[in-house]
Design a protein around this ligand. Structure first.
Ligand code: ADP
Ligand code: ADP
Ligand code: ZN
Length: 210
């Protein structure tokens, strides 16, 4: 199964991608996690991306398209994958089409901006494996520690309310047009992202199987 998860920053793409990945046994491909990993390792890519990320801006298309091409060529993506956070612009979607990728579904999680701002302040992510938690809505078994790998949970610098506002502006301007782009293919499914996590997972699985 080849999937794209769309939605505003903080809409719950990463959270749902983890559940889909387990159920269908396909890898989740998160450009955000890949870029943060590059940053941590101080690679050329990481250094290039840092200023954009910190300012809540998108990293240039050619940079992300390059990392996605390389990632999807990997053997573990042969039977499918979940794209979380890519594409985020029309040129990125066009690049995916040019790669000859046949998508099964595009799931869009709809959450109003006001709810996003509140949600992001409680987000905590694993510094090692990228898993995402929430101080209120998705607490780890042990405070501050990742359930999956035991590493420390941290707050992302770009989850500060001012940066979140800019990311939402960028989302509406550059990413939201992708809904129309994929609606035209008949593969778009809309999921209400305002329910509790379990209800959204149920709706998502239903959308994938219709
Ligand atoms: P969220 O889903 O909370 O918005 P991500 O972890 O997906 O966060 O992305 C964090 C940041 O990484 C973005 O604000 C942007 O700077 C960069 N980024 C991730 N994916 C892309 C992409 N497809 N195109 C451009 N920039 C990206
Ligand atoms: P995205 O990948 O779209 O940026 P995440 O999956 O990281 O979003 O979710 C953003 C934050 O909101 C995380 O802290 C996550 O635990 C929490 N979250 C995810 N889904 C829900 C939900 N349905 N209700 C409340 N909080 C949620
Ligand atoms: Zn972890």
């Amino acid at each position: 199964m080849k999937l794209i998860l769309l939605g505003a920053p903080g809409a719950g793409k990463g959270t749902q991608a983890e559940f889909i990945s387990e159920k269908y046994n396909i890898p989740m491909v998160s450009t955000g996690n890949m870029i943060r990993e590059a940053l941590k390792n101080e690679t050329e890519l990481g250094l290039k991306a840092k200023s954009f990320m910190d300012a809540g801006q998108l990293v240039p298309d050619e940079v992300v398209i390059g990392i996605i091409k390389e990632r999807l060529d990997n053997e573990d993506c042969k039977n499918g994958f979940i794209l979380d956070g890519f594409p985020r612009t029309i040129p990125q979607a066009e690049a995916l089409d040019k790669m000859g990728i046949e998508l099964d579904k595009v799931v869009d999680f709809e959450v109003p901006d006001e709810a996003i701002i509140a949600r992001m302040s409680g987000r905590r992510v694993c510094g090692a494996c990228g898993s995402s938690y929430h101080t209120q809505f998705k607490r780890p078994e042990k405070d501050g520690v990742c359930d999956k790998c035991g590493a420390e949970l941290v707050q992302r610098k770009d989850d500060h309310p001012d940066t979140v506002k800019e990311r939402l502006r960028v989302y509406h301007e550059q990413t939201e047009p992708l809904k129309d782009y994929y609606a035209k293919t008949g593969k778009l499914r809309i999921v209400d992202g305002q329910n509790d996590i379990a209800a959204i997972t149920k709706a998502t699985f239903a959308a994938l199987e219709d």
